[in-house]
Each structure stands twice: as structure tokens, then as C-alpha cells.
Design a protein around this ligand. Structure first.
Ligand code: ACO
Length: 327
């Protein structure tokens, strides 16, 4: 199958910033606790009129511009999100309309924080198989809308934002997506979830009163599984493709917790200088975290064409994923 590559990237985050000091006024927490336990200093929060689709559409426009591709050339749009615009139509259809991609099919995928890597892998196969020439992968989240701002265990961790990538056939057979690992363990779904609003617990006065429309998380257990799964997935994708850790130019991990990131780098066997970290600025933006990091790393010159990259994510589902690509 021909190699496919990321031909353009874009990202968009709300301008409104919520600092740890701001959170000290909302819940019983401290800047010191949040920094030392998670590495987070600030997060961006959607303001009036900003939604998952508006942020996703802005990231998509920037990715298309970066790739030199017009909206009409896009043949398929994949949107990864756990905070969709609404149940249906899909957020992908809303973004398709917003950006004027009138020749594209569109669908959402639900894989929580692993969603961008799942979407990238689907795009890779669609383009590699010759089904489409140009696929747009968007990951966009407004986690602030499902965050319980009275729960200090979760509200300090999350932020809003969007990232996007254009996937096309590799221009040279060198740059491209080399290998992907996609995994899940549904038996642990209750460690990180939003209980109500679906067919199990349809929205009612009771679900609202019991605060079941917010993120619930067993942080300690999620932490343990994340360290194991992200370490294993990143090491396996490198070894499985016949590379060594020293060949990897940059590790781009899901930005959930600096301690999980450090443990992943250690397991993979690469120093923190070759790990991209921006959790201090954005917190955990779920599916959006990796494409925001890719786009930012590229703009800052930390990621250059030809670099060998491991991206690895972990999230609700539980799901986890790693993708090895030459940028
Ligand atoms: N401020 C102050 N104290 C707090 C806060 C807070 N914001 N939150 C919890 N605490 C308290 C707890 O109540 C607990 O007190 P107790 O011992 O009296 O009960 C104490 O701090 C320690 O709690 P722990 O859970 O042991 O803290 P830990 O070191 O595990 O850190 C954290 C908590 C940051 C949530 C960590 O477990 C973690 O990062 N887990 C993974 C979370 C994650 O990555 N989730 C997302 C992954 S998937 C996705 O991105 C959607």
C-alpha cells in the first residue's frame, strides 16, 4: 500500500485563559498541588460563541491552508471528539458545512483522548487504499462544557482546543505513516466516563440533579493503566517497525499528566529533551492534545520534515494508540 503522510497541520485554542490561581478561587486547591501532580499551569476555555465545531473548523482551515489544499478538494472528514456539537448530526457534518468542503463525506469517531490517532489511522488506510486522495482529520474538544466545576479531582485537569491534519499520499515514499497500534479495554470503561445523556441514562431531572452529565474519573486507577499502556504502545510501535528508540527524533504524547509523560519516555528509552510537552499551557484537551502539539512543535521548529515521530495516546474507553510516522 502506498505511504500516506501529514501534508498540513493547524490548531485553534480559545483566547480565554484559566490559571491555577483562578481555580484556587473556585475549588479547594492550590497552584502548587496542580503543578506538582499534573504539570498544568493554565488551560484555555471556550468563550461565548466558541464550540467544538467552531474551534475544529478554524483548526481545519489552518491545516488546509498549510497543505495548500482547497476545501473543495477534501473528500472525507473525520472528527474525533467526546464533546460533540450535539448527538446528531455529527460534528464532522457541521464542520464540513462551516469550511465549505462540499465534496466530502463526514463522520465522527468516539475514542476519547486516543481519537486523533484512531482517526489518523483510518485516514491513512482510506488514502493508502486509493479510496480518497485527501482526508481531513480534526480533533476538537470543549471539555469545559462537561467538566464539573465543583469537583476538584477533575476540574483542574481539562482544557479546550482543536487540532487538524490533512492526510495525502506521500510525495517521496519516505515521509509517511509507518505503523499504528490501536487498542482498547472496555471492561475498564467505568474509570473515566460521562454517565448520563445516552440510552442507559437518558437525560432527566434526576440525572441533572445527580450531576451525571459531567466527567467522572478514578484518577489513581487511570494513572496506573495509562503509564503501562502508553509505555507499552510506544515501545511496541517502534520495535514492531524495526526501529530503535535512538532513531526516534520526537515523542509526542497525549498531554494528560507530566508524570505519565515522563514514565512513557523512560519506558521507551528516550530523554525528555526529545519529548514534546505543552501540558503547562493547555492542560488535557483530550483528542485535540496530540494535533495541537504536532502543529505547535512544527511552528516552533521542534518538528521538522523528515523527523521520525512517535505519537502515543491514552483515554476513556479505555482506549490507547500509538502511531509511528516520518513527518
Ligand atoms: N487540589 C488539591 N487536592 C486534591 C485535588 C486538587 N485539585 N484533587 C485531588 N486532591 C486530593 C485528593 O482528594 C487526595 O486527598 P486524600 O488523600 O485526602 O483523599 C489527594 O489529593 C491525593 O489524591 P491522589 O488521587 O492520590 O493524587 P494523584 O497523585 O494520583 O494525582 C491525578 C491525581 C493528578 C488526577 C492523577 O491521578 C492523574 O493524573 N491521573 C490520571 C488522570 C488522567 O490522566 N486522566 C485523563 C486520561 S484520559 C483523558 O485524557 C480523558
Amino acid at each position: 500500500m502506498p505511504l500516506t503522510y501529514i501534508s498540513g497541520t493547524g490548531s485553534a485554542v480559545p483566547s480565554k485563559v484559566l490559571t491555577n490561581e483562578d481555580l484556587e478561587k473556585i475549588v479547594d486547591t492550590s497552584d502548587e498541588w496542580i503543578r506538582s501532580r499534573s504539570g498544568i499551569e493554565r488551560r484555555h476555555i471556550a468563550g461565548d460563541g466558541e464550540t467544538t465545531a467552531t474551534l475544529g473548523a478554524e483548526a481545519a482551515r489552518r491545516a488546509l491552508e498549510d497543505a495548500g489544499v482547497s476545501p473543495e478538494e477534501v473528500e472525507f472528514i473525520i472528527v474525533a471528539t467526546v464533546t460533540p456539537e450535539m448527538f446528531f448530526p455529527s460534528t464532522a457534518c457541521v464542520i464540513q458545512d462551516m469550511i465549505g468542503a462540499k465534496n466530502a463525506g463526514a463522520m465522527d469517531i468516539s475514542a476519547a483522548c486516543s481519537g486523533f490517532l484512531y482517526g489518523l489511522s483510518v485516514a491513512d488506510r482510506f488514502v493508502g487504499a486509493g479510496q480518497f486522495e485527501t482526508v481531513l482529520v480534526v480533533a476538537s474538544e470543549t471539555l469545559s462544557k462537561i467538566t464539573d466545576w465543583t469537583d476538584r479531582n477533575t476540574c483542574v485537569l481539562f482544557g479546550d482546543g482543536a487540532g487538524a491534519a490533512v492526510v495525502r499520499q506521500s510525495p517521496d515514499g519516505e515521509r509517511g505513516i509507518i505503523k499504528a497500534i490501536l487498542r482498547s479495554d472496555g471492561s475498564k470503561g467505568g474509570l473515566l466516563y460521562m454517565p448520563a445523556g445516552g440510552s442507559r441514562h437518558p437525560t432527566s431531572h434526576e440525572t441533572v440533579e445527580k450531576r451525571l452529565h459531567f466527567i467522572k474519573m478514578n484518577g489513581r486507577e487511570v494513572f496506573k493503566v495509562a503509564v503501562e499502556a502508553m509505555g507499552e504502545a510506544s515501545a511496541s510501535v517502534v520495535e514492531g517497525a524495526g526501529y530503535r528508540p535512538e532513531d526516534v527524533d520526537l515523542l509526542i504524547p497525549h498531554q494528560a499528566n507530566i508524570r505519565i509523560i515522563q514514565a512513557t519516555a523512560k519506558r521507551l528509552g528516550i530523554p525528555m529533551e526529545r519529548v514534546y510537552v505543552n501540558i503547562q499551557e493547555y492542560g488535557n484537551t483530550s483528542a485535540a492534545s496530540i494535533p495541537i502539539a504536532i502543529d505547535e512543535a512544527k511552528r516552533k521548529g521542534a518538528l521538522r520534515p523528515g523527523d521520525l515521530v512517535v505519537a502515543v495516546a491514552f483515554g476513556g474507553g479505555l482506549t490507547w494508540a500509538s502511531v509511528l510516522f516520518r513527518f
